[in-house]
Design a protein around this ligand. Structure first.
Ligand code: AHG
Ligand code: MN
Ligand code: MN
Length: 335
């Protein structure tokens, strides 16, 4: 028998320190956890339950949807819409704000999510994840409009991700550090296994999709070239490279042993200043990374300070070990 702290216990104990807390947030988080357990189960069963493969539809971002993109989006909605904690939801897989059905009460929070991050990996049994971010509704108990969601990342009340890897983990911040929980399937509970996660300040590991190299800007070209020169170049040490193509898996690796992850500004498509989405990916991950002592930037500005212009806005992302990200930001300042 384990004697670990469950996620519910952890959140309730954390909430006791917040004056005026009503338990709403704990209840909301429990609904998110239910969705994550359901998604973990579907991802894990995979081909046994016929959820692999692509659909013929595209999402609002122009990306072909996987069956699981749509199924997991539905799971997040069904689990979180009914309890009266939310005034609206927005997701990478839905064109517009999802209004809470009128048969349910409205609440004081907003939730945004990427239901299945790294979904190009699902058919090949490589790690995928779910990313979520909780904001306060500007006007509680009123159906949320798009403008209500366009809050800078510093306003997030909570951000987290689930990683469906060799084990299922939930990593969470409410602005008081970062804690990691592992799903014990036998009892159906997330148990605190990674308290107070901290990103090592130094690293010799970088992550970038090198197939985009010809589109990168000069500062990123310089940084990667210097990493590749290794111990014979200006950095004076050999680097290692990883690319999982699941941001959740990359961020989890960085939280565990350090590293730098870049999906930088490039010239591939003038209409997209980056690939990753500010609301669903960059903001929640930046909140977690900063709370673990790391840095997250577009190269030019702190991501958490950006005021979003629209729900599906994309941004460049450079995040990870403090000292390494600072090297790249220095190259951006030099131009
Ligand atoms: P999603 O599956 O939600 O669309 O996100 C995929 C993202 C991110 O998780 C990953 O780091 C990146 O896209 C992978 O991009 P490449 O296809 O360029 O490798
Ligand atoms: Mn994603
Ligand atoms: Mn996705």
């Amino acid at each position: 028998m384990h004697t670990g702290t469950t996620l519910t216990q952890f959140i309730i104990e954390e909430q006791r320190h917040i004056a005026g807390a009503t338990g709403d947030f704990t209840a909301l988080l429990n609904d998110v956890v239910t969705a994550i357990k359901t998604i973990s189960n579907a991802v894990n069963k995979g081909a046994l339950i016929g959820v692999m493969g692509a659909l013929e539809t595209e999402n609002v971002q122009g990306e072909t949807q996987k069956k699981l993109d749509v199924i997991t989006n539905e799971m997040m909605i069904r689990s979180n819409e009914w309890a009266g904690h939310l005034a609206g939801m927005a997701s990478e897989e839905m064109d517009a704000v999802y209004p809470i059905p009128t048969k349910y009460p409205l609440g004081k929070y907003l939730m945004v999510f990427d239901p299945l991050d790294g979904s190009s990996n699902v058919d090949i049994n490589i790690s995928v994840g779910t990313i979520f971010s909780i904001l306060r509704a500007p006007v509680p108990n009123r159906a949320a409009a798009e403008a209500d969601f366009l809050q800078p990342g510093v306003k997030q009340v909570c951000a987290g991700y689930a990683l469906y890897g060799s084990s299922t983990m939930l990593v969470l911040t409410t602005g008081h550090g970062v804690n990691g929980f592992t799903l014990d399937r036998d009892i159906g509970e997330f148990i605190l296994t990674h308290p107070a996660m901290k990103i090592p300040a130094d690293t010799k590991e970088f992550a970038i999709n090198a197939s985009n190299q010809r589109f990168w800007e000069a500062p990123v070209q310089r940084y990667v070239a210097e990493c590749l020169e290794g111990s014979t170049g200006p950095r004076g040490r050999d680097f290692n490279m990883r690319w999982v193509a699941s941001m959740v898996a990359e961020v989890h690796r960085i939280l565990t042993r350090g590293g730098i992850f870049m999906y930088p500004r490039d010239t591939k498509d003038a209409s997209k200043p980056g690939k990753l989405r500010l609301l669903y990916e960059a903001n929640p991950m930046s909140f977690i990374v900063e709370q673990a002592g790391g840095v997250s930037s577009t190269g030019y500005e702190r991501i958490l300070d950006m005021t979003p212009e629209n729900l599906h806005q994309r941004v460049p992302v450079i995040l990870g070990s403090k000292n390494e990200v600072e090297v790249v930001l220095g190259y951006h300042r030099e131009g």
